[in-house]
Design a protein around this ligand. Sequence first.
Ligand SMILES: [Zn+2]
Length: 81
Amino acid sequence: MLEYKAGWYGREVIAVDRWYPSSKTCSSCGALAEKLPLDVREWACRRCGAAHDRDVNAARNILAAGLAVSACGDGVRPPRS
Ligand SMILES: [Zn+2]
């Protein structure tokens, strides 16, 4: 449904990999938190100190990932260490 409705409005749907660490990646500096249990709704980045609401931070990261795919053809899979 999302894809055909996006087509009505000339928009593009980009699926982000389900394992992309959108919640535990700092949307300010890109640092990755080691663990972030589901009951932790707010957290602070250890690298830059930015305070995050879990869902708002995830939304920012998903938007950035989608824009990176759209603009640069970047991938949306989680980075491999
Ligand atoms: Zn940070």
